[in-house]
Design a binder for this molecule. Sequence first.
Ligand SMILES: [Zn+2]
Length: 343
Amino acid sequence: MLSVDPRPAEGVAVGVDIGGTKLAGGLIGADGSVLARDRVDTPAHDADAIVEAVLGVVERLTGACEPGTGDSAPRGVGVPVGVGAAGMIDLGGTVRYAPNLDWSGCQLGALLTRRLGVTVTVDNDGNAAAWGEYRCGAGRDTRASLVMLTVGTGVGGGLIHNGTLLRGAQGFGAEFGHMVIAEGGRRCPCGNTGCLEALASGTAIGITARERRESGGVPTDSPLHHASEPTGKSVTIAAHAGDEAARAVLAECGAWLGVGIASLVNALDPEMVVVGGGAMDAGELLLAPAREAAVQRLMGRSRRQAPPIVRAGLADDGGLVGAALLALEAGAGHPRPATRDPV
Ligand SMILES: [Zn+2]
């Protein structure tokens, strides 16, 4: 196992976060500061268009780049570039499977490296966010370990252990959202049943609200009773406005999140659990029940201290900050497992 040198690299790098709907980029300093931003819609159904969109973002952020003249012409971008993308990314930077983007098989790392003239590092977005939080976010004062969960449309994950971002044997870890925590439960987009993602994602919040309404569990004076299709966002807005039915939905999904966190803490004993993603707009309405459910399930809970379970410090920037820092550190000669070819 290679370890990443904890000393920060110097300079700047571009980080790009490719999500199912938005493609966000930033020019990132070595301390994680965002010096410039760019953002476009993700052309979700066209792999070539996604690659071109990334190139456009990188060029706008770095300014004085030579325009490309084709696949074989490096553009000489001049700074390291790191990408975080939703889906299963192998250690060679190829997208193996992505449920929300139509680009499985895209050799993203190789294509961008050829077009930009610098080595482009590519990681799963949850892994990139974990590194961002570990370096510069909520986990910046941890010594060497951290578990990250990104709760949005789905549930992503990332794991820092002994100061190293753990990607697994092929690069497909750490998909904590697909830990099965209720076998036979609600169907997950991945095909399994009872995954953490199926019970605690932003999507799951909307589904839980609908199911409660259909079973008569939502009073007629609740905004959820009249919403045509409750979503994680609409439930969160109603909950913040004081609606008890909406708060109960968040408490249920938060408790499932806590069940997943308990298993992670029991298995890995991290210094900290960081929760980010769009669903964290619900804040403590989701996190407090998660904390309570997690602590109840810790092995030997009366004889140990539970790790802090906290909200992400970088908000939506964790993925692009982490991706940039991974690229910066790789470019500075720091050893990085993702630069090795899979065995
Ligand atoms: Zn799943």
